[in-house]
Design a protein around this ligand. Sequence first.
Ligand SMILES: [Mg+2]
Length: 136
Amino acid sequence: MSGSGGVAWLFDVDGTVLDLVTGSSLRPLANELFFALRARGAPVLLWSAGGADYALRRTRVVGVARLDTATYGKTERDEHGRWLLPQLPPAHRPAVLVDDEPHEIRYPGEIIGVPPYVGHNPRDTAFAPLLHRLTA
Ligand SMILES: [Mg+2]
């Protein structure tokens, strides 16, 4: 476990949860992963460089926003251009970040990189090991 002390998981939207081309294809196993997190009492959070409202809109389109989801914007970068987390309530301090550009984030906790989800692809398995980690 990271030093963040939290249990929430924070997901990037574009290229991580949703495809980069249309923004309307939910990555396979995303719903199962979010459900498994909630079943363990872990808040599911989403954040995007498009802003918190954008993240909420996009995730509503694909039906994941119903899952007690909170959204945040990527708004601040450090001196090396890496995204910094916004101010978060204690319950939303993430234990794990999941992102298709993990090198673009600065965070002392665990960061899991996934390959970019480029376009609709029912065979994508990037979330399988994460789901396995929660349900094994
Ligand atoms: Mg991304």
